[in-house]
Design a protein around this ligand. Sequence first.
Ligand code: F6R
Length: 241
Amino acid sequence: MNVVVVDTYKEIGEKAADIFVAQLLMKPNSILGLATGSTPLSLYEALIQRYKDGKIDFSQVTSFNLDEYVGLAPDHEQSYRYFMEKNLFEHINIDKNKTYVPDGLVKDADAFGKAYDQQIKDMGYIDLQILGIGANGHIGFNEPDKIFTYATHKVDLAETTIKANSRFFDSIDDVPKQAISMGIGTIMKSKKIILMATGEAKAQAIRDAIYTDPAPEHPASILQFHQNVTVIVDKEAASLL
Ligand code: F6R
């Protein structure tokens, strides 16, 4: 793992954006794996700025998002599809027909997960995957568990995740209890991975991701087995390294 420690949250986004620019110069039709939540916002702001400055072109890109809440329609303001539209897709020249976010309204999650994974496989897997991390070590919504789940699947969100994400909802009761998440196997098939984290609340999770023996109780620790991971963190998230 390459670990890059920077001073500010903004710099995390700038460093990650440098890698995106290089990736799309090397392969304009890259398959990007995208995340939601607070952490990637500085990356998306940097990417929008670079697009405006003519430094990056998304016209040939395909994207797959990591996850979506079960029960939220794409136009729900807290859905991850809506998040992606507002925070990235509406501001860049990506072809919306080539942006995929798991369907939170799907009836048969198993069939959906198989089809999502197959589609990613058919395209040759993700070239560059961006990950945030939960304070409990989750990546995507692969929560701490007894096993690593390979495929895209429906998950019960951990209580800590529901509580953490309640900041985006009027009340904790409004937070969906389940999500569809890309599985660990599909994430690990990505050719390059960037793991981003900011703030002291993520320090233990970052320490576990890098140093603990890989185990499903610390989902991000699986990344130690990946050949090409760049961890970009601020000083606070790096404070236990
Ligand atoms: C979101 C996702 C999650 C988040 C994680 C951190 O698509 O996959 O793993 O990256 O919950 O969320 P923030 O960045 O809001 O702290």
